[in-house]
Design a binder for this molecule. Sequence first.
Ligand code: FES
Length: 371
Amino acid sequence: MSDDNKETAGSTGPREDGGRRERVIGTPSPAREKALLAEDNISAPAGVGEQLDERSAKRAERIVAAFFLLAFASSVAFIAYFIGWSGRDGGMHGLLDARENNFWLGGTMALAFLSLAAGVTIWVRRLMTSKPIVQERHELAADEETRAAFSRDFMEGAEDSGITKRPLLRRTLLLAAAPLGLAPLVLLRDLGPLPEKKLRHTFWGEAVKQAKEQGKKGVRLVVDGTNKPLKVSDFAAPGSMITVLPEGMEEHLPEDEVLTQVAKAVTILINVPAEQFKPAKGRENWHVNGIVAYSKVCTHVGCPAALYEQTTHHILCPCHQSTFDATDAAKVVFGPAARPLPQLPLAVEDGYIVATSDYHEPVGPSFWERG
Ligand code: FES
């Protein structure tokens, strides 16, 4: 920096010895800093103005560069893995894929940030000289006069409230405050009990079991709202969608359980045009002439995936716009949901559409799977 670029001092005013103070813009070089300190008769602290040992500085430089290269390689690996992974079949929407990919994506990103941080830390510690930075602060403590005024006001207020003279008020106030203090402890109770296996099953499983005990193929689907069992012929128009439940929920469940079970078992039935339907591997016989059933509970955070777009055959969740492809095992085509809507196996019995088992995976938000 040239002398022209120095400003007249902020540490201000002429010095007692008649010289001028100077403010240096930017960090002064070690030599310049030493000179400035010497001008003010301040001895340099350890490290300030020390000449770095060139050999150890070179070594540190190489270490720092190695960390930066590692950060670069990790970032490139992150991007390459992300692109390669999302192009794979199933991509981010397969549960097992997601676990593996989270590991690799998280690992490469963490390595990139750690390497960067390590490089910068070594750079600062080994290649820069240490220097004191002094920041002016005013006294934090209030002065005597203010403190005395506060004490006086406080005691006047206490005297005026009568808290010392009226023990009844004092004790009832403490009594009133005590339960409030305990309230957070009471809330801890809501952390349990754990749901264990309850979230893995819906009432479809129970209903199918009962139907099979009576020698039937499965449980009939009834229309939500009317409870009318559904025939294949009632649902023959391609492109239609309807909400269904297992038959007999109200008869078989205690009244206070019905709503909870309905919330888990609620299912959408869609008639997908046969020529566009792509049954998933292993589920070839889970549909009836293109009539297919999926859980209505969105796998993102559980809103009802209640909208169906006939032209694209997309099921939409209105909460955060997750979109599932009804023709392709309800795979996620857009939005934050991490996995497809679970599919319910269907069959025909006496002209009625029946479910032949429970869902094969937990319905609802993905974290439930770990419950
Ligand atoms: S709950 Fe369906 S997209 Fe969020």
